[in-house]
Write a protein that binds this ligand. Structure first.
Ligand SMILES: Nc1ncnc2c1ncn2[C@@H]1O[C@H](COP(=O)(O)OP(=O)(O)O)[C@@H](O)[C@H]1O
Ligand SMILES: [Mg+2]
Length: 333
C-alpha cells in the first residue's frame, strides 16, 4: 500500500505510520462490506482523518470506487474513473462558505447512488467530520441516509464500505440511540507507532519519553508542541483558552475536577454530576464510557486498561495528558 503524506504542521510533512489494526479493519470491511455505517469517534487530533485518508488509498488499491469528503475543510478525494464525480464535488466545494460544507456532505450520498447506477460494484464512502458541518441535530438523519444506500442500493453491488469520523463526543449519544450505525472508538497512537512519527520530526527535540508522557500519543499535539518549540506551557495555555476553562467553570466544579485530575474514573462514580460530565465531553476534554479493551470493539489499538500517568481510567479518560494539564492549570494547582 502506498503510504499517504500528511502535513503535521505547515512546515513538516510526515509519512503515514502505524494503525495496522485499524487498516486491517478496513480490509475486513472491504471483504465483507459494512452492514451498518461505521461511525468512528475519538480524541481530537488522535489521527482519524489521517487514517481515513490512508484508507481511501487502501480501498482504491483494492479496486473500490472511493469518495472521501471533509466538508469542514472543503476537501475531497475521488478515486473513480467516472469523471463526473470529481467535477460535481469540485463544484460543491467552490460554493460559498456555509453552503459548500452542507453540499459536500449530502453530495457523497447522491454520488454513491450514481456510481451504483452506473454498475460500479465496489463502492466506498468516507465522510470526515460531517456532523460538525451539517449540525449535530442532523447527524442521526445523515447516518440513516447512509444506511439507506447500504440497505437499498439502486442496483446490486459486490461490496460497499461506509465510514464516518467525528471528534464530537456528543454525537455518539445522538447516534447511539438508534440502530443505524455501528459506533467504534479510536484512541491516540500506540507507543511504537508514535515513536515512528516522533522520529520524522527534524531538529533538536526533547526525549521521546518526555513527548510521549505529554501527548499520550496524540499526533496533533506533537505538531503543536513542535510549533511551540517544545514549550509545554504554551500548548497548555492555548488549550485553557480553547476549552474556555474560565474561573466560573472551575469554581462551579472544583471538587469534582480536582478528583478527576487525580483519577478520571472519579467521574464514573454514581454521584458524579452528569452535567459536568456532559460539559467535559462536549468540550472534548474527556472520553466517557470507554469500551472494553477488546480490539474487536475498537478502530485500531485500544488504550491501556488503566494508565494513571497518561490520565486513562477504566471507563473515563482524559483525551491526552495535556488536556488534563490544562484543567489542572485552570484550577490554579
Ligand atoms: N497515523 C499517522 N501517521 C502519520 N501522521 C499522523 C497519523 N495520524 C495523525 N497524523 C498527523 O497528525 C495530524 C492530526 O491528525 P488528524 O488525523 O487530523 O486527527 P483527527 O482527525 O483525529 O482530529 C495529521 O494532520 C497528521 O499530520
Ligand atoms: Mg479529523
Amino acid at each position: 500500500m502506498k503510504r499517504v503524506k500528511l502535513s503535521l504542521t505547515p512546515g513538516i510533512e510526515v509519512e503515514f505510520v502505524d494503525r495496522e489494526l485499524a487498516l486491517k479493519k478496513v480490509e475486513e470491511w472491504a471483504e465483507r462490506s459494512t452492514r451498518l455505517p461505521k461511525v468512528v469517534f475519538g480524541p481530537e487530533g488522535c489521527g482519524k482523518t489521517a487514517w481515513l485518508r490512508q484508507s481511501a488509498v487502501l480501498l482504491k488499491e483494492l479496486g473500490f470506487h472511493v469518495i472521501y469528503v471533509d466538508p469542514l475543510r472543503k476537501y475531497f478525494e475521488a478515486y473513480t474513473d467516472v469523471k463526473e464525480v470529481a467535477r460535481r464535488l469540485a463544484d460543491a466545494a467552490a460554493k460559498t462558505l456555509g453552503v459548500a460544507e452542507i453540499k459536500l456532505a449530502s453530495l457523497v450520498i447522491d454520488l454513491a447512488d450514481e456510481l451504483i447506477r452506473r454498475r460500479k460494484r465496489k463502492i466506498a464512502i468516507l465522510a470526515d467530520d460531517v456532523f460538525q458541518a451539517i449540525g449535530l441535530g442532523e447527524a442521526a438523519k445523515y447516518v440513516k441516509a447512509l444506511l439507506g444506500i447500504i440497505e437499498y442500493p439502486p442496483r446490486s453491488v459486490e461490496a460497499i464500505v461506509v465510514v464516518v469520523a467525528t471528534s464530537e463526543g456528543v454525537t455518539r449519544r445522538e447516534i447511539g440511540r438508534h440502530r443505524w450505525a455501528d459506533l467504534l472508538p479510536m484512541w491516540n497512537l500506540p507507543k511504537e507507532g508514535f515513536k515512528q512519527l516522533y522520529d520524522q520530526i527534524p531538529g533538536e527535540k526533547p526525549s521521546f519519553e518526555k513527548v510521549w508522557r505529554a501527548t499520550g500519543g496524540n499526533p496533533h499535539l506533537l505538531g503543536e508542541l513542535y510549533e511551540a518549540k517544545w514549550d509545554v506551557g504554551i500548548v497548555v495555555d492555548k488549550l485553557v483558552e480553547r476549552k474556555r476553562l474560565a474561573p466560573g467553570f472551575t469554581a462551579k466544579w472544583r471538587p469534582w475536577l480536582e478528583k478527576a485530575v487525580e483519577d478520571p474514573d472519579a467521574l464514573w462514580s454514581p454521584d458524579a454530576p452528569m452535567e459536568l460530565i456532559d460539559e467535559l465531553e462536549a468540550r472534548n476534554l474527556i472520553v466517557y464510557l470507554l469500551s472494553e479493551r477488546d480490539s474487536r470493539l475498537w478502530a485500531g489499538e485500544p488504550p491501556p486498561e488503566r494508565d494513571a500517568e497518561l490520565g486513562i481510567g477504566r471507563r473515563v479518560a482524559w483525551q491526552t495528558p495535556l488536556h488534563r494539564e490544562a484543567v489542572r492549570r485552570a484550577l490554579g494547582a
